[in-house]
Design a protein. Structure first.
Ligand SMILES: Cc1cc2nc3c(=O)[nH]c(=O)nc-3n(C[C@H](O)[C@H](O)[C@H](O)COP(=O)(O)OP(=O)(O)OC[C@H]3O[C@@H](n4cnc5c(N)ncnc54)[C@H](O)[C@@H]3O)c2cc1C
Ligand SMILES: Cc1cc2nc3c(=O)[nH]c(=O)nc-3n(C[C@H](O)[C@H](O)[C@H](O)COP(=O)(O)OP(=O)(O)OC[C@H]3O[C@@H](n4cnc5c(N)ncnc54)[C@H](O)[C@@H]3O)c2cc1C
Lengths: 537, 249
């Protein structure tokens, strides 16, 4: 059955962010029917193949023994179906066997997969990120050797950035790349927290590794990007291995690996010492993906909570009819819908950019940290509310509500912590251009007929001036209110997306929009008041 | 050989069906609609016959509203070659559908028509049999296995007593049962390829078929609510109640 999520995604893509027109401009027109069919079939795959096993997969978890990583028992077969369905190829370019579909459709796929089983979908998501990076930086020869099998899903990709001493600050990473006589490099070092770094779903894995050349300058300007494969072209095993996997709060099915590079043969991708730039170039898309995870956790929590509340009776009626439970369900619905549409709005910027729209890239850059942080924090909150709707059963693992809450908790941390996102928004996006792009966005928001939303946009505009001034005066003072500022922006933009949806289809989207504008939008002004209070101290 | 596969647009099997307040039918407004699951099995079987080199062309047909194109597109994405939509907004009874299909069979000349044994909305279990009668063809209903056997088709049927195997002279009618196969998911590349496959739209009148309903629905109601169970204190009491209240022994 098409889920509410799929219905919303089809509506959002078609009627809120205007994918049919954007795709036409890009020269590969998609009709409303095309979009509906692709999303419907993707939803079907996710709800029928992935979701039914997600709870059991969480309980089984990924297992490490004698250097071998085993994913939950259902994963290899599900992964084979993923490959058979060709879903990995969705937005990859046709020259490598991809379908060349818009990034906003991949965002829809990401949400549906993440909502069904986050641990599973992380594999395909990391692969998509690796494909994205290699498409831009690999030579044609490298691309021809790696990309077709990544696009088909026969090989997965893993991103090897983090080291024990280098997390938010990658500039201090230590993994070394020694030049070899054959023009390749030998990698030496330890990477940690590597998602799907080792697994039993494919025969080969492509590692994108950040490392230093022997003569590299210190800091972030001395980092280069390398690719090593688990199995080398001659069929032999490369000198890299998984040293163990982490025991975690959530995403138990996703192996989070310590990866040991012990002279692994690798090729450089892109220019020497420009590795971080290569990573940053694709970071926006990766962050968009993780922001979408937040949407998915809200959606998954809502799906369970609605079903439970419709059949649990207390005090003479199903709890869904108790005003406070109805309030929780509507809050979950409104916030999830707002974040879903915000993810599509961000993703369509990628497609608009590809179609030649010159302003789209700056807009995506501005929206990305907001999306990543706001949606993932909302994902955690919504998952927590979902537990609450279940009462005591929410705390018990068998309902699955607890799993969603545990899985949701990682999204505000990886792919740049939400604190780092807020600083990125304030320093690199807003302060850098004197607030110009943010003001342009606020002007768009203010074109809405809703007076509450216009007022909130004005408040955000004033806060923008305040934080820019604070940042200029004292960088630490600015950073101390960065999260409050990002949150204020998120609540305003969420309201904007809902108002646009309600204008397109008042019957279906009017109620959540109205609830949001009455009860949730005031949180924006609350965050702005917090900024003023903090800076007055 | 050419194979026709009719596919019906029905309320999705996951939807909790609600009766309309006025008792004239079930609620279909804003309800998720899908291809009848037995028809998915029919499409899958046709595609497998094509993959085995037995079938050469698969034509998916749907009679229903213009939105039934969605179900034809699904069939095309699963592997059908082209589609025919017989557009009609009102009620279509099995006999009307059988007549529509007969008209298309007369035009297309297939060797085989594979239908679902029934549709999950009205559970009629009639269209395939009526079509066979109108055409004067052999029929293998409730099929759990279909094999080409020389010039014939060997069909294993799920009957009350077990399995019955019949040999049909072609052209023939087959209706699918649940265990015939497990339908595939449409792959993304096939969804994209299917966009280029043609769908022809005709009206029942173009086929010379009068689809006016012959039955009048008096009312549609929800099944009776399940009664709460009763606890019994002993085996004696149970037997007593089975005898006097339930009257089953
Ligand atoms: C399950 C899981 C999967 C992961 N998958 C991958 C993967 O596939 N590949 C990969 O390379 N990495 C991966 N990571 C690593 C992840 O990206 C890092 O954990 C994340 O970037 C944070 O780095 P850290 O853990 O070192 O925390 P730290 O950087 O130590 O941060 C700790 C706290 O300090 C704050 N902080 C740090 N620096 C600053 C600053 N300058 N200003 C303000 N606040 C600051 C942070 O916001 C955070 O709250 C994964 C991690 C986990 C847990
Ligand atoms: C780990 C754990 C330990 C526990 N320990 C004990 C113990 O030692 N002893 C004991 O007796 N119990 C214990 N409990 C039970 C616990 O007190 C109940 O789970 C709790 O009171 C909620 O009841 P419930 O689970 O039936 O949820 P429900 O009552 O079904 O509530 C579900 C949701 O509906 C809402 N709701 C219900 N009725 C209304 C209403 N009238 N108006 C508005 N909203 C409503 C609730 O707020 C909640 O969000 C424990 C539970 C857990 C999970």
């Amino acid at each position: 059955m098409t889920t509410t999520a799929a219905t919303d995604l089809i509506f959002g893509l078609t009627r809120v962010v205007g994918l049919p027109a954007v795709s036409e401009k890009a020269g590969a027109p998609l009709s409303a029917e095309d979009i509906a069919q692709i999303v419907t079939e993707a939803d079907r795959f996710c709800t029928e193949v992935l979701q039914p096993n997600a709870l059991a997969a969480d309980r089984a978890g990924a297992v490490y023994a004698n250097g071998v990583v085993t994913t939950p028992p259902t994963y290899p077969a599900a992964y084979a179906k993923w490959v058979e369905g060709g879903w990995q190829s969705l937005s990859a370019p046709a020259e490598y066997g991809g379908q060349g579909l818009p990034h906003s459709l991949w965002t829809a796929m990401t949400e549906l997969g993440m909502a069904a089983d986050t641990s599973f979908m992380l594999g395909p998501m990391l692969t998509a990120g690796a494909i994205d990076c290699l498409m831009h930086y690999a030579t044609p020869d490298q691309a021809a050797r790696w990309l077709p099998r990544m696009v088909s899903g026969e090989w997965t990709g893993a991103m090897c950035l983090t080291e024990p001493n280098a997390g938010s600050d990658l500039g201090v990473l230590r993994t070394r790349a020694e030049p070899l006589p054959n023009g390749k490099y030998a990698l030496h070092g330890q990477k940690i927290f590597i998602t799907w770094g080792e697994h039993d779903c494919t025969d080969n894995i492509v590692y994108l590794v950040l490392a230093r050349l022997p003569d590299a300058p210190p800091g972030s300007r001395g980092i280069s990007l390398f690719v090593a494969t688990k199995v080398k072209e001659d069929g032999s095993r490369n000198d890299l291995r998984c040293g163990g996997i982490e025991h975690k709060l959530g995403i138990h099915g996703s192996p989070t690996c310590v990866m040991l590079f012990e002279g692994a043969e690798a090729e450089m991708v892109g220019e020497p010492n420009r590795g971080l730039n290569a990573m940053f170039a694709m970071m926006n898309n990766a962050r968009l993906g993780v922001g979408t995870e937040g949407v998915a956790h809200g959606a998954a929590a809502l799906r369970l909570a609605e079903a439970y509340a419709a059949q649990r009776v207390q005090s003479g009626r199903v709890i869904a009819e108790h005003p406070d439970v109805a309030r929780m369900l509507m809050e979950m619905r409104a916030v999830t819908l707002a974040s879903r549409l915000l993810a599509l709005e961000t993703a369509i910027c990628v497609d608009r950019h590809a179609a030649g729209d010159t302003g789209a890239q700056a807009r995506q850059a501005l929206l990305t940290p907001i999306l990543k942080a706001w949606c993932t924090d909302r994902g955690v909150e919504t998952a927590s509310t979902g537990v609450q709707v279940h009462g005591g059963m929410g705390f018990i693992e068998e309902t699955g509500a607890a799993r969603i809450l545990r899985d949701a908790r990682i999204a505000p941390i990886y792919e740049g912590t939400n604190g780092i996102q807020a600083i990125d928004l304030l320093v690199r996006k807003v302060a850098k251009d004197g607030g110009a792009e943010m003001r342009a966005l606020i002007e768009e928001v203010k074109r809405t007929p809703d007076a509450r939303l216009r007022a909130a946009a004005d408040t955000l505009a004033a806060a923008t001036a305040t934080v820019i001034a604070a940042q200029a005066r004292d960088a630490d003072a600015g950073q101390s209110v960065a999260v409050a500022y990002l949150e204020a922006a998120g609540w305003v933009l969420g309201g904007w997306m809902l108002a646009r949806a309600a204008a397109e289809d008042p019957a279906a989207y009017g109620p959540p929009a109205d609830f949001y504008l009455r009860r949730l939008l005031p949180r924006a002004a609350g965050r702005v008041a917090e900024i003023e209070g903090a800076l007055a101290a | 050989m050419k194979v026709l596969v009719p596919v019906k647009r029905v309320v999705d099997y996951n939807v909790k069906v609600r009766v309309k307040a006025d008792g004239t039918g079930v609620e279909t407004a804003n309800v998720k609609m899908s291809m009848n699951p037995f028809d998915e099995i029919a499409v899958e079987e046709a595609v497998r016959l094509k993959e085995k080199g037995v079938a050469t062309e698969i034509v998916a047909i749907s009679a229903g509203p213009s939105a039934a194109q969605e179900q034809i597109r699904t069939a095309l994405a699963m592997g059908a070659d082209r589609g025919i939509l017989v557009e009609h907004d009102g009620t279509l009874e099995p006999l009307a559908v059988a007549k529509i299909l007969k008209a298309i069979v007369d035009k297309e000349g297939p060797a085989l028509v594979i239908l679902g044994k029934q549709a999950i909305d009205d559970d009629m279990n009639a269209t395939g049999q009526m079509l066979a009668a109108l055409l004067g063809w052999g029929q293998g209903t409730f099929a759990s296995k279909v094999e080409k056997d020389g010039d014939n088709l060997k069909v294993t049927r799920e009957v009350d007593g077990g399995l019955e195997t019949v040999s049909l002279k072609l052209p023939a009618i087959v209706t699918t049962d649940l265990r015939l196969n497990e339908p595939r998911y449409a792959s993304l590349p096939n969804i994209m390829k299917a966009r280029k496959k043609p769908i022809e739209t005709v009206k029942p009148g173009d086929l010379g078929v009068d689809v006016t309903p012959r039955l009048t629905v008096l009312k549609v109601e929800e099944p009776a609510k399940r009664q709460a169970g009763k606890k019994v204190g002993s085996v004696q009491e149970l037997v007593e109640k089975l005898r006097t209240e339930a009257k089953v022994i």
